[in-house]
Design a protein around this ligand. Sequence first.
Ligand code: HEM
Length: 349
Amino acid sequence: MAESKDYSEVFHIISLCTLDVICESALGANIDAQRVPSPYLDAVFKMKYIIHQRQIKPQYYPDIIFNLFGAGSDQKKCVKLLHEFTTTAIEKRKALIQAAGGLEKFMEEKNESSGHRKMAFLDLMLQMVEKGDLDRDGLQEEVDTFVFEGHDTTSAAMNFFLHLMGANPEIQERVHREIDDVIGDSVRDLTFDDIGRLRYLEACLKETLRMYPSVPMIARQCVEDTKVGNHILPKGTGVVIIASMVHRDPRYWDNPEIFNPERFLDSELKHPYAYIPFSAGSRNCIGQRFAMMEEKCIIARILREFKVQSSVRTDQLRIAAELIIRPMHGNYIKFERRNFGDYSPMTSS
Ligand code: HEM
């Protein structure tokens, strides 16, 4: 829904950015996806569509029908490409470690060249494989889950955040003031300490995930008879939890349709499971702290320099809920360079 040339479609470029971040931090690989075309991202996009289509079309549930008449062969091609991407990353890292004479020496070399300790998540897992705590297939699965879960979810969250900022200028102004206050006069990367001080931004990011949880559905199977209210769900029953319905339940949220970050400042949840963007229980998201830090760093950098405006109002925004949600017609944002004279920091620091 590009209304004028002043608005840029940002959905795809933000996904490329989060893919770069997860590849560097989890795999130790710089793929420069923001500049070099990424077949991986195209395959992710296609796979999400294929899986979603299969979910909503029961005629494709049997493999034979799906393979003969559905997108079975396209799926195979995508899965091959996705696995090749992560396999290549694993093999490259292993080769670098071997060439350096083991993980310890490899880390020493890296620390010397970068000036600080930088260990990729993959290094930890390779260590586990070496010790026999994880097998090769397990490693591949972990890496696949990590790269997928680690970029698309964060990208969706930042996209909806930018939309909400652009549609709520007063709230955006308060975020600007906080960022100015924390960063001061310069435009620079955030420190760990800065991240902790961006409390209002954090409340806005949490409120974004309340209204637009990146993972729309969480599926589970009852491993025993389970009582829910007055009903017994027999063992084996499939259960689907729709996070956005939980997040808009008026029993637990006042004015749930209103974007109001205040609700995450100093107030308790009315129920421990009223807010579940990262799921809950033993298989909840292991990347939630990382995601919050990543989002704060990227968003603070953008909003430090720009005011954003959305091309549509929130009630006009249409959502496509596939494996991860996305704005159905793209996310059109206008960026206007800030005049720092407009804002005075909330406190002097
Ligand atoms: C805003 C960002 C994120 C959201 C909303 C999110 C949400 C979720 C949810 C709802 C699940 C549970 C899915 C299910 O049970 O069906 C999950 C699992 C997972 N997430 Fe995230 N996630 C985010 C960011 C990340 C990041 C940055 C990483 C990696 C650094 C990550 C890694 C994982 C992994 C590995 C799992 C699987 C955990 C398991 O099965 O034990 N996530 N995430």
